[in-house]
Design a protein around this ligand. Structure first.
Ligand code: NAP
Ligand code: MG
Length: 402
């Protein structure tokens, strides 16, 4: 059998711990036998980030801008314990944070739905994709604890020196004050990334804020989305047969619970933080959740939503058997290969990505799965496989197809 050719390389960002082990197994068993894989390889493993003073992370983000599609393995975000464990020169920043700020992206997270792993919300028949704005609001706040009586004011000094001043509150005792901001540019990027992703995946887009209470701040989000939609996307949405729907955040929450799924839910930063954990846990497992960073320039970076699965890695190092779920990492690869195929007009490559996803889902639905899924499945007579054998079973399914 001849291998599928690729024209443009993918940016491959290798990572850490158990996911690095899975990464190699996936390549060896599920990709290299079928695809003449062209990648530009960046080793984002913590040791190499430390050796290069984290330059490798920046280089990989630059390469992503150049080639348009990247696939990333989970990576360690250093903390105090990691400083000692890896003897680090510095507490390097989160690679995801660095890449996100260089690409100016929005993160879309979608569950991988399989029969036998039912969502807790029974009427969710299709995945709900969560789009989280990843800039500003409470994550870039400034806070003051007022010790006693006093006046809190909000002051904006324009570049020309003009002052706008409003009283927040006259305190007659102790209290707390918080200042938050966002930028028009970032909100516009967020809106465009959401509209583009909706068109790309042919799904309706929902967006919600609390504009009735926050008449300037949240209302700006609502207005920016509405203006960009009217000017640039309305007719394209009509052609694609999809809709854009705006409502209040509390109304959205109520509607999501009653919905069938199959749409994208765009959330402000805090709502997205909270709601993505709710939606992902209701769908079953973080190991069944894909994540893609989409930049307004149309650059895509695919990854699994979970971390490096450190606990399993230590077991692996101790020579013990692990049963780590590789599905989200496989789907990061298929997402990237499909996008590469679409951008290059390489139908064979895109079809292979579809086929590998189907083989993965079919394997689970036939009762062969890793331990994390075996614990929550409604299927009976399940075979629990170790990390390696699960991937080998997917290969068998793949080889048995067509
Ligand atoms: P984690 O790697 O997501 O794992 C937390 C727990 O969730 C695991 O111990 C395991 O539970 C379960 N789990 C997660 N993924 C699984 C999978 N594929 N298969 C089976 N079980 C899975 O989070 P963490 O242990 O808190 O973080 C480890 C490292 O990952 C940290 O250094 C953190 O900085 C990094 N991290 C990276 C990213 C990223 O690169 N995108 C995201 C998050 C965290 P059991 O132990 O009960 O089996
Ligand atoms: Mg969170």
């Amino acid at each position: 059998m001849s291998k599928i050719a690729m024209t443009t390389p993918l940016v491959e960002m290798d990572g850490d711990e158990m996911t690095r082990i899975l990464w190699k197994m996936i390549k060896d068993e599920l990709l290299l036998p079928y695809v003449d894989l062209k990648t530009e390889y960046y080793d984002l493993g913590l040791e190499h980030r430390n050796e290069t003073d984290d330059q490798v992370t920046k280089d990989s983000a630059e390469a992503t801008k150049k080639y348009g599609v990247a696939v990333k393995c989970a990576t360690i975000t250093p903390n105090a314990a990691r400083m000692d464990e890896y003897n680090l020169k510095e507490m390097w920043k989160s690679p995801n944070g660095t890449i996100r700020s260089m690409l100016d992206g929005t993160v879309f997270r979608a569950p991988i739905v399989v029969k036998g792993i039912e969502p807790c919300v029974r009427n969710w028949e299709k995945p709900i994709t969560l789009a989280r704005h990843a800039y500003g609001d409470v994550y870039k706040n400034v806070e003051i604890a007022a010790d006693g009586p006093g006046k809190a004011e909000l002051v904006f000094t324009a570049a020309d020196g003009t002052e706008t001043r409003k009283t927040i509150h006259e305190f007659d005792g102790p209290g707390v004050i918080q200042g938050v901001h966002n930028t028009k540019k970032s909100i516009e990027s967020f809106a465009k990334a959401c509209f583009n992703y909706a068109l790309d995946t042919k799904q309706d887009l929902w967006f919600a804020t609390k504009d009735t209470i926050s008449k300037t701040y949240d209302h700006t989000f609502k207005d920016v989305f509405a203006e960009i939609f009217e000017a640039e996307y309305k007719s394209r949405f009509e052609e694609a047969g999809i809709t854009y729907f705006y409502t209040l955040i509390d109304d959205a929450v109520a509607r999501v619970m009653k919905a069938k799924g199959g749409f994208i839910w765009a959330c402000k930063n805090y709502d997205g933080d909270v709601m993505s954990d709710m939606v992902s846990s209701a769908f079953g497992s973080l190991a069944m959740m894909t994540s893609v960073l989409v930049s307004p320039a149309g650059v895509y970076e695919y990854e699994a939503a979970h971390g490096t699965v450190q606990r399993h890695y230590y077991k692996h190092l101790a020579g013990e058997e692990t049963s780590t779920n590789s599905v989200a990492t496989i789907f990061a690869w298929t997402g990237a290969l499909r996008k590469r195929g679409e951008l290059d007009g390489n139908k064979e490559l895109a079809a292979f990505a579809d086929k590998l996803e189907k083989a993965t889902i079919d394997t689970i639905e036939s009762g062969r799965m890793t331990k994390d899924l075996a614990l929550i499945t409604s299927l009976e007579n399940v075979t629990v496989l170790n990390s390696e054998n699960f991937i080998k079973e997917i290969r068998k399914t793949l080889d048995e197809m067509d």
